[in-house]
Design a binder for this molecule. Structure first.
Ligand SMILES: [Zn+2]
Length: 322
């Protein structure tokens, strides 16, 4: 039996698959753009052609998968929000049929990112950690007692739907004022546009940005770095919302560390400054004051590392008997 684990990372913009060594090193990886508007079998073929390119060994330690939610868990019938072709698609079952005799384990992609940071990244050694990702959505995974916490249905860690302003904007979940409604990249860009933001005007790469045609959090971050007042206000708005939500999580779960990854986290102090300020306002009890919030440490392979960890470090990141 090989000691390599096959890791799969399924997202709305790209599919990735790779082979991972027992220490978390990604030996080889392949990526492909997610077919937009593809039906179920088109999406599946995109994945299998990636696997064909990988030269997967005949014997594997197992298969770990991170996929956008929602999904039934641990059964792994997936219905990713931004992938309409898969509705109740039996992703875990299909992979188990292709790789018989080894464990096939699946979890939410944001959970896998949190697991990756805890195993090999900024969260190593932490007993009580929340791993967050802030991009098109806001997600997370929760580690308590050094173990991944699944919750009743595998959905623990949904920090994006912690309410930070009950009078706030509508959220994709149907509620109002969730962290995600305020801090997700597109929501933040929409807020800035409504305040009169003119994308790219203050950025040196302004012309390039205009060619891309859409307002994104990355442009917003670039404009904020260049001193645009509305873009700066948008970063502060997102940072404060993140700080308030993190404070609630810290008070509830007695956390010692929070990692923040995703596109918006690259805004640096423009985001983390207001975040820290709001966090300290709302973590007044002594135990909560010790929490540190740090940028995620792993790069583009983080999703694969976390998916592999479901197999390689199953004692910590997978529930026995599933
Ligand atoms: Zn929500």
């Amino acid at each position: 039996m090989s000691d390599l684990t096959l890791a799969v990372d399924i997202g709305g913009t790209k599919f990735a698959a790779g082979l991972v060594e027992p220490d978390g090193q990604v030996v080889t990886a392949e990526r492909a753009a997610t077919p937009q508007g593809g039906d179920a079998e088109t999406l599946w073929r995109t994945l299998t052609s990636l696997l064909d390119r990988l030269d997967v060994p005949a014997a594997l330690a197992g298969v770990g998968v991170g996929c956008g939610g929602p999904m039934t868990w641990p059964e792994g019938e997936v219905s990713p929000l931004n992938m309409g072709g898969w509705r109740g698609f039996p992703l875990r079952g299909r992979l188990a049929a292709r790789f018989p005799g080894v464990p096939v384990r699946i979890h939410n992609d944001a959970v896998c990112l949190a697991v990756a940071e805890h195993w090999c990244g900024a969260g190593r050694g932490s007993a009580a950690m929340l791993g967050m990702v802030v991009s098109t959505g806001v997600g997370g995974g929760l580690i308590l007692g050094g173990r991944l916490i699944d919750g009743g249905t595998g959905n623990a860690g949904h920090i994006g739907h912690v309410v930070v302003d009950p009078e706030g904007p509508p959220c994709g979940c149907g509620g109002n004022g969730c962290l995600e409604a305020i801090a997700r990249g597109p929501g933040l860009a929409a807020w800035a546009l409504a305040q009169g933001w003119s994308p790219g005007d203050a950025a040196t790469e302004g012309d390039l940005y205009r060619e891309e045609g859409t307002a994104t959090a990355r442009r917003l971050a670039a404009d904020a770095a260049a001193g645009d007042a509305i873009a700066l206000a948008a970063m502060a708005r997102a940072g404060r919302a993140l700080g308030v939500a993190i404070a609630s999580a810290v008070n509830l779960c007695d956390l010692d560390l929070v990692t923040v990854g995703g596109g918006l986290s690259q805004a640096g102090d423009l985001l983390f400054g207001p975040l820290e300020e709001a966090l300290r306002e709302h973590t007044r009890m002594e135990f909560a004051g010790r929490v540190r919030v740090v940028p995620a440490a792993l790069g583009q392979d983080a999703g694969l590392v976390g998916a592999a960890a479901l197999v390689i470090e199953g004692d910590r990141y997978w529930r026995p008997g599933l």
